[in-house]
Design a protein around this ligand. Sequence first.
Ligand SMILES: [Zn+2]
Length: 287
Amino acid sequence: MVKTRSRSGYRGRLAPSPTGLLHVGHARTFWIAAQRARENAGGLILRNEDLDPQRCRTEFVDAMFEDLHWLGIEWTEGPDRGGPYAPYSQSERRSQYLQAWRKLRDEGWIYPCACSRKDLALAATAPNDADDEAIYPGTCRACTNTKDFDAPVGVNWRFRVPDGEAITFDDGHVGSQRFIAGGDFGDFVVWRRDDVPAYQLAVVVDDAQMKITEVVRGADLLKSTARQILIFRALGFPIPVYYHGDLVRDERGQRMAKRHDAASLRHLRKTGLTPEQVLQNAEALVK
Ligand SMILES: [Zn+2]
């Protein structure tokens, strides 16, 4: 059972990141997102998650618009269409993220972490899931010099998680979820040393400010949802409902990575497949 706030008030989103070509895994997730927005007679917001200047490229922004159009997915607001909550590209929303950083800093939710990559590699507990970040050992947790920082640059800023608290939510697709703060995940980064806001923070600020009521994305982000719920709470934002779709896995049971060029929508389209064939045969296409 999915709870949505109101049928006509539904606002979903597509949030591709232009770090490569979209592949069959994205196609499936975005198709579900589009379908749910349609079923709920709601809006669908396209957000360009181009936050990381090292990894994002403009040519992939153009490619993702084109590939989404080819799939038959249309959105109601986005970088190319505008809308009431513009800008819709994360690279243009830094002031919004900074405002959230300041609030978290002033209220003591986050602390500066000066640990190097090497410190962390030596001290951290390896995560259960190879894709996930290691649990931070808490070395800098007691840091209270947060007011010395006018700007976040130079250290990693971490969210102090409520140790032992169970973070729960009802997912619209995979049902009831429960993660233990400090056990399943530790103090996570909300702002990176190289002055890039972390994914967790940017997504929460955007989903709140763009008034997203339901987040549809892949099941690889279930644990991130628990982290993001903590940020929503700290910032006093209403928490959307979630729908985590099944991942398309390759023959080794691994989830799709962007480097599978043969599974890119661009390539599949060139081979003459239709969008329907791509969506219906996703598993077969990554074998
Ligand atoms: Zn540290």
